[in-house]
Design a protein around this ligand. Structure first.
Ligand code: KIV
Ligand code: ZN
Length: 519
């Protein structure tokens, strides 16, 4: 095989991904994702925007102190306060990077920054220079580069490299570019910018027109050496370039792109599942690479072809992305070793104590449902190991309802050692009744922005997974959303757990934070 160029994978799930509505994560969750990204083999982890809030600062600092191998990056606008704060969070990292950005397009210059071209160049240079005084690895992004006049873009990029930027990132901030255009922008920078070889060219594409992956690949073809992306394509609005798609496109079409990455592709599906569970943002069934149907062959003619020769209809082997196709189903007589084996195959490394606790919960579940599938085991692991801090815990409920009548709900909740209960006779159905009972008992009044139920596996006795998104009543429409998840064979219990988890987030979270592109 001919030698291939190695493309750096810069993951921004914890920064741009977290800017997806409803995707905010706490420190424990971010640490878990950062560790999964390290195992996945990403080159750079953008851990957050340290000046945004004390919580963001703490998580970047913790990730910086823990991650080994990968570069840990923090975002900053081109001003001293942002850059100094980013460095404070990053200085403990084995390989720190400061990422400074400033908008360059005429629309942003005129309406957002109210700055001339010269002022923008001067601010960019000052930002990069300050960052370079603190850190040897500095990335510069001209925000909205894809809508920036090419001549001016070349000028800013050249000035940033002269000021010390070691990576220059070209964002298509609003997802407006086309593949041909992206190719032209990168080629032009390579042709015209003096000193371009002193920096790595990166690309950062949003998916507003569904072109983020295509645009990133076009940039790679034109010579970009780094792709910024997120797990499951999470991100602002329609999201960012999806890591799993761009990585598998480069790998599967190595003949065409002549490039490779350092990603351990067998970890793609477990990492995707982890991020979906933690953020509560489910992957569509038909999503390339990690969707549940990505490798399902329904049509008879396809199945026939697959049985004769897999390559007739399969361009990627499921096991290469970590989809361990197994028909192994566990049940109440299965032992600890079989459970440990499945959990390991699903990507969960358990300590003996964690395995014991998982086994206890597995036995309870096996009493409720006959067949335990991989999805059930993954749900048990997620429930147990990504549990959030709780003020209120569900103890139980009694419920009677009949059509056309408000439900009668008695709900019991514990707060530490203390248990309290409430009875309500309102609501337009059992779930509404349970939610109203929780609000009455906790005193937290909310607006429900989303409510979803889905089966974790097949079968009428499948566990229900419920996700709920809430905002405190009276909060402005765009304000932070609290998310909760609950899993149970009883869908009402799963709903109660999910609602209570979101209420816990409302009472325990609630920090305000700054959005990087606000000003
Ligand atoms: O989309 C964008 O322009 C960004 C920058 C901060 C790199 O996320
Ligand atoms: Zn972005």
């Amino acid at each position: 095989m001919t030698s291939a160029r190695t493309i750096r994978i810069f993951d921004t799930t914890l920064r741009d991904g977290e800017q997806s509505p409803g995707a905010s994560m706490n420190l424990t969750e971010k640490m878990e994702i950062a560790q999964a990204l390290q195992q996945l083999g990403v080159d750079v982890i953008e851990a957050g925007f340290p000046i945004a809030s004390p919580g963001d600062f703490a998580s970047v600092r913790e990730i910086a102190a823990t991650i080994r191998g990968a570069i840990v990056c923090g975002l900053a606008r081109c001003n001293d306060a942002d850059i100094d704060r980013a460095w404070e969070a990053l200085r403990g990292a084995e390989r720190p990077r400061i990422h400074v950005f400033l908008a360059t397009s005429s629309i942003h210059r005129e309406f957002k920054l109210r700055m001339t071209e010269d002022e923008v160049v001067a601010r960019a240079v000052a930002g990069v220079q300050r960052a370079r005084q603190l850190c040897a690895d500095v990335e510069f992004s001209p925000e909205d580069a894809a809508r920036t006049e090419l001549d001016f873009l070349c000028r800013v990029v050249e000035a940033a490299i002269d000021a010390g930027a070691t990576t220059v990132n070209i964002p298509d901030t609003v997802g407006y570019a086309t593949p041909q255009q992206m190719h032209r922008v990168i080629s032009t920078l390579r042709e015209r910018v003096r000193g371009i070889d002193r920096a790595v060219i990166s690309v950062h594409c949003h998916d507003d027109l569904g072109l983020a992956v295509a645009n990133s690949l076009a940039a790679v073809e034109a010579g970009a050496g780094q792709v910024e992306c997120t797990i499951n394509g999470l991100g602002e609005r329609a999201g960012n370039c999806s890591l799993e798609e761009v990585v598998m496109a480069l790998r599967t079409r190595r003949d065409h792109y002549g490039c490779e990455t350092r990603i351990a592709t067998q970890k793609l599906v477990p990492t995707s599942r982890l991020v979906a569970t933690i953020t509560g943002i489910q992957v569509p069934r038909n999503k390339a690479i990690v969707g549940r149907n990505a490798f399902a062959h329904e049509a008879g003619i396809h199945q026939d072809g697959m049985l004769k020769e897999r390559s007739t209809y399969e361009i990627i082997r499921p096991e290469d992305v970590g989809l361990d196709r197994t028909d192994l189903v566990l049940g109440k007589h299965s032992g600890r070793a079989a459970l440990a084996d499945r959990a390991k195959a699903l990507g969960y490394q358990l300590t003996p104590e964690q395995l014991q606790s998982l086994f206890d919960r597995f036995k309870v579940l096996a009493d409720r449902k006959k067949e335990i599938y991989d999805g059930d085991i993954a749900a048990l692991c997620e429930d147990q190991f990504t549990a959030l801090p709780e003020r209120f815990t569900l103890v139980g409920y009694d419920l009677t309802c009949s059509s056309g009548q408000p439900p009668r709900v008695r709900l019991r909740v514990a707060q530490g050692e203390e248990e309290s209960s409430v009875e309500v006779n309102v609501g337009d159905g059992p779930i509404d009744g349970i939610f109203l009972a929780i609000e009455k008992l906790t005193g937290v009044v909310t607006v429900c922005r989303d409510f979803r139920v889905q089966a974790v596996t097949v079968g009428k006795d499948a566990q229900a997974e419920v996700t709920v998104e809430l905002q405190p009543a009276g909060a402005p429409l765009g304000s932070q959303i609290a998310r909760g998840r609950g899993v149970s064979t009883d869908s009402l219990e799963a709903s109660a757990k999910a609602f209570l988890a979101a209420v816990n987030r409302v009472v325990l979270g609630g920090q305000s934070r700054l959005h990087p592109q606000q000003g």
